[in-house]
Design a protein around this ligand. Structure first.
Ligand code: PLP
Length: 386
């Protein structure tokens, strides 16, 4: 008996890459050596001291219980200390921090806690898809803010239609940015905070890549004066500590928003497994040296890849943060046509920029989540077909 899906699922934009995915699977089935630079899932193992902390926690009595509510105090305290070391002291672990089952669920659920049907939500475009889908599920109206190369992939807040601003409740920002690899300055954040105050907007900052910087440390949104009065930040252990599958992150900032998301979540899930909270605590308390090591690996990959691509004649800008390289496709091609050629002729998987939103057309995204020898091989293959 067929069943119709709920109308809200039909609001989601169509998935553009069914055919490319099919081609990739077919090449792999044929035994071809396909190099995957598509997904942002680090290939490095989770640092062993974090895995050891998980193992040790598993034998503790009562570790198996429902974690419930805002979870382990020691984890929230470690998060507050982590921020304090990064120039944002004074975040209250009791009321201003809440663990998440990975930041994706928090990002997708935030609108259910804060957005009423008909409220506008300002979303960077290209951007991380759950910002948009979560808004649609809550009955909000996504208003897309184009990120353009000539503006350093920062949105032009003053260009937002005043009629939209009247309806707007939330402004999403994400720096260091996926997919463009762009970083934001203190001046940009300060202007965004002032803008949010002026228009009574809640800034939701997605900082999943804040530790993946190469030249100078990322500006921490919550370290800016007034940030906590207008905003919250979503954070993740996935990228920094190679813990994508562990599903652990947090939201921090404005206590009303943290409490609202917490109330919503207590009706949806029962928290992050306590043993994972223990391991995440260890990561935050003892992981700074490890992050530096991981950063060194990605910096080398970035330099290798970008130098190779530049030699091949592409207009590549090495990212100052994130493990994504966002590059214009050769003149005369489209994102999809170029990425399909790379797949079919070079057996290299990269992501067409328009998959992240219409302003991404004309770009492709490379994720440097493969070992150096694979990156070198990918550059060689790309060079041959250009
Ligand atoms: C921009 C951005 N934000 C958030 C996330 C979510 O990370 P997680 O749910 O693993 O914490 C991702 C994952 O790819 C991302 O790219």
């Amino acid at each position: 008996m067929p069943f119709e899906r709920a109308a809200r699922l039909k609001l989601l934009p169509p998935y553009l890459f069914l055919e490319t995915d099919r081609k990739k699977r077919e090449l792999i089935r044929q035994g071809k050596d396909v190099i995957s630079l598509g997904v942002g899932d680090p290939d490095l193992p989770t640092p062993s001291f974090i895995a050891a902390a998980l193992s040790a926690a598993l034998t503790e009595p009562a570790i198996n219980k429902y974690p419930l509510d805002n979870g382990a105090e020691e984890f929230r305290t470690a998060i507050a200390r982590w921020y304090a070391r990064r120039g944002a002291p004074g975040i209250d672990p009791a009321t201003e921090i809440y663990p998440l089952i990975g930041s994706k669920e928090g990002i997708a659920h935030l609108p259910l806690a804060m957005v009423n049907p008909g409220d506008a939500v300002l979303i960077p475009d290209p951007g991380y898809p759950p910002m948009r889908s979560g808004t649609l599920f809550a009955g909000g109206i996504p208003y897309l803010l184009p990120l353009r190369r000539e503006r350093g992939f920062l949105p032009d807040l003053e260009a937002i239609d005043p009629q939209v601003l009247k309806l707007a409740k939330v402004l999403w920002l994400n720096y260091p940015n996926n997919p463009t690899g762009a970083v934001a300055t203190r001046e940009f954040y300060a202007a965004a905070i002032e803008f949010a105050r002026r228009h009574h907007l809640l800034i939701c900052h997605d900082a999943a890549y804040s530790e993946m910087w190469y030249e100078e440390p990322s500006v921490q949104f919550l370290s800016l004066p007034g940030a906590k009065e207008v905003g919250v930040e979503f954070h993740s252990l996935s990228k920094t500590y190679s813990m994508c599958g562990w599903r652990v992150g947090w939201v921090a900032g404005h206590p009303d928003v943290v409490a609202a998301l917490g109330d919503l979540k207590s009706n949806l899930d029962s928290g992050v497994f306590m043993a994972i909270q223990r391991a995440a605590t260890a990561a935050l308390e003892h992981g700074d040296a490890e992050i530096e090591r991981i950063r060194t690996v990605f910096r080398r990959r970035r330099d290798l890849f970008c130098a190779g691509l530049a030699k091949a004649g592409l207009d590549v800008t090495p990212p100052r943060a994130t493990f994504y390289v966002w590059t214009p496709v050769p003149k005369g091609s489209t994102s999809l046509a170029f990425c399909t050629r790379l797949l079919e002729e070079a057996h290299v998987v990269v992501t067409p920029g328009n998959g992240f939103g219409a302003p991404g057309e004309g770009f492709f995204r490379v994720s440097l989540t493969s070992p150096e020898e694979r990156i070198t091989a990918a550059v060689e293959r790309i060079r041959k077909i250009l």
